[in-house]
Write a protein that binds this ligand. Sequence first.
Ligand SMILES: Cn1c(O)c(C(=O)NCC(=O)O)c(=O)c2ccccc21
Ligand SMILES: [Mn+2]
Length: 241
Amino acid sequence: MPFIEHVSDSDLERLALERVVPALLAHGFCYVDGVLGELAGAAVLDQVKEMHRSGALQDGRLAGSVPGVHRRSIRGDKIAWVSGAERGCEAISFLLNLIDKLISVCASRLGSKKIRERSKAMVACYPGNGAGYVKHVDNPNCDGRCITCIYYLNKNWSATEHGGVLRIFPEGKSYVADIKPLFDRLLFFWSDRRNPHEVQPSYATRYAITVWYFDSEERAEAKRRFRDLTAPADSLPTSPP
Ligand SMILES: Cn1c(O)c(C(=O)NCC(=O)O)c(=O)c2ccccc21
Ligand SMILES: [Mn+2]
């Protein structure tokens, strides 16, 4: 289905330079509404709903497993990882392509960061049973993730009725930022300890798509560290030097 180009490349460039970069540098987070427009946004929502209906979304793994506490009470989120190339993900692919363009314009202006790669997209659904996501930092220990980017898909969302607000606790600031997971809203924030955040209990089905952009150097270093950790036993020193 041909999507109407809601935003031109020059629109994206202006959006990145005039809105996203200044906000990320000043506050560490930024959201933009009406990014894809009604038609393309609805196409993404339809594809996510179909994934949910078809059972493609699986129970999210426990962030920090709490022995003996039943999963549902901690995390009711269901997730699936998509590259965008899968059948039925064409609209998601269109979204990812647009976000990639936005970030590539921002990257050169975000100081030393070299952002050349990203994760696959995590399609997430909170089923509306009161589950949320406990306060956490996405990348607390330099795993390479630099910018978290979340696209929200929830029409007619009322925070007072449905909860599900993303609350960011910007490090060192005296305020919190409450962000409603509204349809066709795109949010960016630094993935590291500058932005602890929580998903408050959701009482309606809450869909979102997240991608994480890597800082190439931090990612390469993290891979080196990880490789050392998983090196075969005989290559590790057996006795203290
Ligand atoms: C389902 N879900 C999440 O929703 C968030 C998260 O911070 N979401 C913020 C939001 O949806 O507004 C996560 O950070 C997350 C990390 C690993 C696995 C699943 C995860
Ligand atoms: Mn998170």
